[in-house]
Design a protein around this ligand. Sequence first.
Ligand code: TH1
Length: 816
Amino acid sequence: MEQPNGPALRAIGTTAAEFERDLVSNLYFERGTTMESASAQDVYQSLAVTVRDRLVDRRARTATAHQAANPRCVYYLSAEYMLGRQLRQNLQYTGTEEVARDVLKGLGVSLDEIADFDVEPSLGNGGLGRLAACLLDALATADIPAVGYGIRYDLGLFRQAIVDGAQVERPDDWAFDGSPWEFPQQDDRQAVGFYGRVEVEAGRRRWIPEETVLGEPSHMLVPGYGTQTVNIVRLWRARADSDAFNLADFAAGRSAEAVQEVLRSENISKVLYPADSTEFGRELRLKQQYFLVSCSLWDIVRRFHLRNSDWTVFADKTVIQLNDTHPALAVPELMRLLVDEYELDWDTAWSITRRTFAYTCHTLLPEALETWPVALFERLLPRHLEIVYAINQTHLDEVESRFPGDGDLRRRLSLIQEEPERRIRMAHLAVVGSHAVNGVAELHSRLLAETTLADFARLWPERFRNVTNGVSPRRFLRLANPRLAALISERLGGEGWLTDLDQLRGLAALAGDSEFQRRWRVVKRDNKLDLAAYVRAATGVVLDPDALCDVHVKRFHEYKRQLLKLLHVITLHDRLRADPGADVPRTVVFAGKAAPSYHAVKRIIQLINGVAKVVNADPAVAGRLTVVFLPDYNVTRAELIVPAADLSEQISLAGKEASGTGNMKLALNGAVTVGTLDGANIELRDRVGADNFFLFGVDAACAAEVRRGDYRPGEIAGSDPELAAALAAIADGRYGAGFGDVLDTLLGRDEYLTLADYRAYLDAQDAAAAAWRDPARWTAMSIRNTAHCGFFSADRTVADYRDRIWHADPVPVPPR
Ligand code: TH1
């Protein structure tokens, strides 16, 4: 029995009787109701609290162990977290799933129905936010003391509906019905300044902000798997001061004016920016970034002072990982705290700062490299601008001494871009302020050092490294695919693989075993039945569980080439009308959100829905080809689609996808990839073997070369009759009138070389179909994919960061 000391605390146990007693008592004391009159929502909320309580004691012991060990802590700063649903995860991590199921059953309720009330907090856009969640899971599992800092957006990533074939965005008020996993800390608020001026006081410069907003932390528990460690993610919510409401305005009938100040403050954490690349220049976004950074650094310093008094050891006790440049303001903010508030001299402060920060870059796309107009920056954060200038001065002096007289190099390395408008380059700020800089896959890290950050890599080669992304096997195998997890555990003789994913290699010997293959196929088919039931309810489309399940699921972006997949579908439709045996029975699943302002890809979503409508209504291909667009892709939807997939589409233009993590999740679940030599696809193919991967397309070097030459997409279209027919089908309006804009981007610049890769892509798809026709061959490929995915565990990623960047030791938490 886990029971903290002290008479006032009630026992927390894991037996059915204890679980039931706590559930009923939570229902009574937290919801004010009884089992007889409880709604399903009441039961869900009480169940969540009952499960959560079983982690609290571990959390308390974790905090005690960290306090005693005074270790180096990892602080992960990220504007996004995609944590996924919490209930099933926490049931599993506390080992109470069976107990909960039985207790609820005894009370006449089904756990599966109640579990559907669990709402995922979608506080991120896609891969970057989900990576943050997978790393936190792996950190806790490795017993590494860590805190994830983020923003508690009131509205997460918009919910996507499809109306008349087009994406419609609805607000995601994720905590509307309550949020049982959160611990709000109302009494721990922190003031954050904005605007104002810099004053000189006894020779020291000090920022006097003009506006103050409060940051109110709320934390969620991040349990490790198979360990006692429970770390936290601390999310900040913006609050106005309690006297911000203007009573005089209100009394005078000006109710809108009365709340103006409240709204201005609280808007800062109101909504997640829904673009997974651009969106700079917006003042509110910069405010969000500073809000996150200011609250988090204050908290990090506070935690440091709980256990230490000497600044010289700060960097030995603290490492701050910047998840892309969104939190890069932390560099000047730490300098401001050290120099202005704690009165350290500049050089000491700078040395501490550099030793503290490390930066992960997640992109190469030029439009995703953040810059902020100096004028905006100066208005919002005048003291930070001075600090950035001072950092830049020291930095450019160093460049001058290393490469004397190279003015061009100095201009390229500067933190300030001069033309066409003066802007601050956040990636440069992050590199200069960090001791380690990493990309997220081998190819990406190499291209970073060769292109985007080449000058920095020349200046400080020792700072640059690669840490290939990974995914949580707990979330994406055990939770998402319990059937496959059970089969694997049965064959490997236990669940050790869940924290040592290389053990999956043991499955390779079974790849050709016909009985194992049969069981493997039964699992996949059952997962497809689950997906089919959901798809039918959500869209009315009926899926055949025996068809090849071909999935392209991820954010919509032109470089990810959903349009290439669609051209393949259109060609398949043509071929099947002429010859029903032209392809294997196939279901094509698309899912993903488009940034609301990204018009070009919203048109592609419309076109997909237009094609789906025509194909699904055509009796000539019934039972051969089905196309579905599943709305509102999120972590929960991924957990449904990924286990059901046979074929994983990873078809970005080479050199554009930094890593991709959907590729890993799908392969781990036995999907075979059709993919380009991009991002982590390359490493995936190296590991699962070229025979178990359908490769196609130009490579990154070739893509860059084609782009430099005089590429003529029109000529490709003219010389390939099937491609010409597919384009003509779009043009003739059968999928809806007016897709001329889509055709124009293809036949005009075709920026993402969709037409150049079309023929090679179709050939790869034909090879995949040929393999599918031989179930023994396909199943062996599928098993080998899972078997060789061990490398893509987030546990390996965290071990890489730990050994090569963080140098943080585990602190085991003793069991009670
Ligand atoms: C993604 C990358 O596109 C993807 O390739 C990678 O696997 C993932 O990060 C995790 O490393 C990115 N997401 C964002 C989001 C924003 C800005 C840049 C990127 S890169 C808001």
